[in-house]
Design a protein around this ligand. Sequence first.
Ligand SMILES: Cc1cc2nc3c(=O)[nH]c(=O)nc-3n(C[C@H](O)[C@H](O)[C@H](O)COP(=O)(O)OP(=O)(O)OC[C@H]3O[C@@H](n4cnc5c(N)ncnc54)[C@H](O)[C@@H]3O)c2cc1C
Length: 458
Amino acid sequence: MSHVIESLGELRRSLAGTVVDPADPEYDAARLCFNAAVDRRPAVIARCLGAADVAAAFDFARAHELEVAVRGGGHNPAGHCVCDGGLVIDLSQMRTVTVEAHPRIARAEGGATWLDFDTATQASGLVTPGGVVGSTGVAGLTFGGGIGHLTAQHGLTCDNLVAAELVTPDGAVINASPDENAELLWGLRGGGGNFGVATRLEFRLQSLDRVVGGLFTYGGKGVRDALRRFRDVAARAPRDLSCHAVLVVDESLSPALVVSVCYTGSAADPEELTALRSSPGLVDDGVRAQSFLDQQRVFDSPYGENRHYWKGHFVRELPDELIDELLRCVVSLGRSPGDILIESLHGAPKDADGSAGAVGFRRAAFNVTASGTWQDAAHDAQQVEWARDTAAAIEPWSLTGGGYVNYMQADEPIERVRAAFGAEAFGRLQALKTRYDPSNVLRRNQNIPPLAEETAVR
Ligand SMILES: Cc1cc2nc3c(=O)[nH]c(=O)nc-3n(C[C@H](O)[C@H](O)[C@H](O)COP(=O)(O)OP(=O)(O)OC[C@H]3O[C@@H](n4cnc5c(N)ncnc54)[C@H](O)[C@@H]3O)c2cc1C
């Protein structure tokens, strides 16, 4: 690492942004990852301010043979935003979001978070469907798909991505839009950060002011029926209601259920909300008319405090048998394991087909994820085992055998990544990778290897 430290003056001179090295007081905060189980020490963190900085950082990494990691919001549970001994392209100072009212378009810099984005767009009464936790990165979430409080209404986040500016590892700045590099735009809609570092993303916007939203909480003997009720409501829900469920344990280590809803229709008393409100086991009704920004605050998750290991499947259906399995799994550890997240994919995601983007899970009914969350490192092995066992219990109902790339850990085999897209889409993504990143510089992600590399590994 010493030859890199000696050359940092060269990098500092070539960047408009700043360089953080291990001697810097900011170093520990700058290398922190959402997942506290990830503790890596990069040689250098390049805090970029624009496309030219990103290109200069790539140049420096190439010249010094450094591994590259890309930091957006730092949320990826696999900890892909940081690497040992390498160079981090840190976009956290590039968070400006601008909004154009006619046509309704938002332009976000590559490091913007959903709080940055929603604050800017809601100032004009506009929105795009994003993530549910404000500190999550816009680019990272979009490039893996994007499921949230407006999925039923407006589709996956990536369905609303209309253009992007990227810096490829050779330093070229390229655009992706329906008119320019359209195949790359297709790949960015689900294929992750495999092709370049996005410095600008453009999204289509919709009007939205207030919603009826918040959380219903269920406990006691009613939880099984409440989860069945959630499933039935989601199955017949109109597209102006998005809903997701989180299965947890309460203080007595019995199952408890939280259902988030976001209704944007005009009915004063929508029957789906009445059905959820009247379900057995309701212990708290936190659903009310509120601003969309308040809706975006109903979930929160502390940054860098908890250890995480997540694993799951997109399922075709959520039959009673699978519900019983989930109720068994959530209590099987004998302490809180974290949660089991059940995200509904009804409504608008089904409008598009494979030609719109690379995501391979549109036909699924739900995304079901064992989200292992804990604090004590002594519990690492048990927690990982719990998440794997729970995912194995879900697998018989899996649509594709692949998981959600946005929630995958770094230990997922390439077969799971391939299955997430399907063989045909994976082949197209590999062709894009071979064109834009033939040396697989951007490998610290749910990796799509270039064609030559995969052949060589075999
Ligand atoms: C608390 C929490 C809440 C979440 N909520 C949701 C949710 O509601 N819906 C959902 O779908 N997912 C959600 N996720 C998952 C999230 O979408 C992914 O983990 C995503 O990768 C996070 O992006 P990031 O920029 O924050 O993470 P980072 O770790 O910074 O980046 C992850 C990867 O994304 C890529 N990347 C990031 N920025 C860029 C860029 N500008 N250009 C190119 N590549 C880039 C890189 O490959 C990078 O390795 C959540 C995760 C957490 C931890």
